[in-house]
Design a protein around this ligand. Sequence first.
Ligand SMILES: Nc1ncnc2c1ncn2[C@@H]1O[C@H](COP(=O)(O)OP(=O)(O)O)[C@@H](O)[C@H]1O
Ligand SMILES: [Mg+2]
Length: 292
Amino acid sequence: MKTYDDLAGDGGSNIVGQVQALGEKLRSRLDRIKHKIALMSGKGGVGKSSLTANVAACLVDRGHTVGILDADLNGPSICHLLGLTHTQKLVIDENGVQPGTGAHGIKLMSMDMLLSSPDSPIMWTDEPEANATWVSTMESTALRELIADTQWGDLDFLLIDMPPGSDRIDNIRGLIPELAGVVEITIPSPLSQHIVTKSITKNNKMKVPIIGLVENMAGYTCPHCDKEGPLFEGEDVHELAMKKNIPYLGKIPFDPRIGQRTDSGSLYYMEHKGSVTGKAIGSVVDQILKAI
Ligand SMILES: Nc1ncnc2c1ncn2[C@@H]1O[C@H](COP(=O)(O)OP(=O)(O)O)[C@@H](O)[C@H]1O
Ligand SMILES: [Mg+2]
């Protein structure tokens, strides 16, 4: 990534030209992707990454080509979920970076692929007093470069796995002008609903199109008998969707197998599409396809 110290020549004075050139580069990188969808929540730990990976698997199962952009720079999960290891080297040529290929042929690009080892955290500086504005600018720049430099090629879908928080979507929207919309995810707990409400309110105000709201970990499905029971106490998520005037895309029951990795590297959806939770993921995908 270039920093201020790397500026050469005119010192970056042709700002308008640079912005236009970057806009064109972003457009040309993304113009062979039919649908771009971000999965977000505001809240962490509600299943954004797990659902992104399994929605991708379901789309592949239906014959679509899919890529995932891991926009969670500080807690990247997609390489792990799709079984991409650090031994797979990035291929870079004069046209940019080739995305990685994970389980089921899903293309992916993640900050994880750029770090030196699987345990390395992302550190923009080793200066303890680094200013927050500077760190935020570095994060925005990294995200922009992940998008601008990746050769996604032809894809039916690009899913964007968002970090927790409601602010990064502004950045993503600026970088992906033809975003089809966002899928909001919550679990039934009052705290999660409280936070997702803020994210929905903000997106409505900023005119970010919302495809709908998914209720994850809604009840527990016994892996042995497929019977359901409650898991979190909370208000009806369907009512929240109605109150905020957005579509309710369905509920996905808790299934501990979602977090388990298979030896073959296959994703939960591919292995268990006939289970209650597998069918629920399929039904959410139906709703998303209908909405776009
Ligand atoms: N429907 C589900 N059933 C069981 N576990 C789930 C489900 N959805 C997510 N999880 C688990 O919850 C944890 C958090 O999920 P993750 O996708 O990392 O959330 P986020 O990306 O929102 O932080 C993970 O351990 C994941 O395996
Ligand atoms: Mg995540």
